[in-house]
Design a protein around this ligand. Structure first.
Ligand code: HSE
Length: 297
């Protein structure tokens, strides 16, 4: 049996819409082996599709078809700690888990870069699938079915508070609220900040992160879909974070803070309780600089 551990991811990192993403220390696990029929089991009772529409199965099958290998049957088991439809890369984790597992079962016919390309095309953008596979902070452009990317490892003194609301937000819904066009000055605003975000995270110039997290491409349009999101972001700044932003398409928020900031977690927890948001989850995560890990059980 092949066992694959896949990290959660936080796409956009504020201004880097569809181009920046980072991997975090929250994991899904996919176990798979060839069998004579298709069977899918959720080890933790998470509500996942148990038929051939299951994303792990679909991506496994897709890769077999692409490599000209038949897939008569497959036994899949999933352990899903990444919450679904919360902007933490659960779909990408399934796609990457399926593809990496499939590649392993087939004897690794595909290179890492080929899987990066195929996964990004399947998802439509590279900012979750690429860091899910290789970890770290990834800057990526998907052009003509090829991902051009740079991975940077991030220092582990940074912590990432994932504030996870008690409601789902589908990426398709959060993309549908975006405008077709934006003013030229908003484009300028974002590209300067996306560049500043990537290099500041990499170089450790964390005092830039607050300005770098500014965004006019997606967060202003999506915030209405996240009731209390604005208040939660303000709470994170008041509690001493460097930067806070909507993770991916939402609904989760990420606050980046230094682990020297005293009581950050407690302050945010208390603040959420006071706002009546005690049902929202708060996880303190670290960067995952490794990406997928494959183990043979
Ligand atoms: N960059 C994508 C978006 C990530 O913001 O729509 C969604 O997973």
């Amino acid at each position: 049996m092949v066992k694959v551990r896949i990290p959660a991811t936080s796409a956009n990192v504020g201004p880097g819409f569809d181009s920046l993403g980072l991997a975090l220390s929250l994991y899904n696990y996919v176990y798979m082996q060839y069998d004579d029929k298709v069977s899918i089991l959720s080890r933790d009772g998470a509500d996942i599709p148990l038929g051939e529409e299951n994303l792990v199965y679909k991506s496994t099958k897709y890769l077999h078809d692409l490599c000209g290998k038949s897939l008569p049957g497959l036994a899949i088991e999933q352990l899903s700690h990444i919450p679904q439809a919360r902007g933490l890369g659960s779909s990408s984790a399934c796609i990457i888990g399926g593809m990496v597992g499939a590649n392993e079962l087939m004897g690794n016919p595909l290179t890492q870069d080929e899987i990066i390309d195929i996964a990004a095309v399947m998802e439509g953008h590279p900012d979750n699938s690429t860091p899910a596979l290789i970890g770290g902070l990834v800057t990526a452009v998907l052009e003509e079915d090829k991902v051009h990317y740079v991975k940077q490892e991030i220092g582990d003194q940074l912590k990432f508070a994932a504030i996870i609301p008690d409601f789902e937000l589908k990426t398709s819904v959060a993309r549908a609220v975006l405008p077709q066009t934006i003013p030229h000055m908003d484009g300028r605003y974002n590209l300067a900040r996306a560049a500043l975000m990537a290099v500041s995270l990499y170089s450790g110039k964390y005092e830039n992160l607050r300005v770098a997290a500014g965004d006019r491409l997606h967060q202003p349009y999506r915030m209405d879909l996240i009731p209390h999101g604005e208040d939660a972001i303000r709470l994170c700044y008041d509690s001493g974070c460097y930067a806070a932003y909507i993770s991916g398409a939402g609904s989760s928020l990420i606050a980046i803070f230094n682990d020297h900031v005293l009581d950050f977690e407690q302050k945010v927890r208390d603040g959420l309780d006071q706002m009546g948001l005690g049902s929202w989850e708060l996880h303190i995560l670290s960067i995952d600089n490794n990406g997928v890990v494959v183990m043979l059980d």
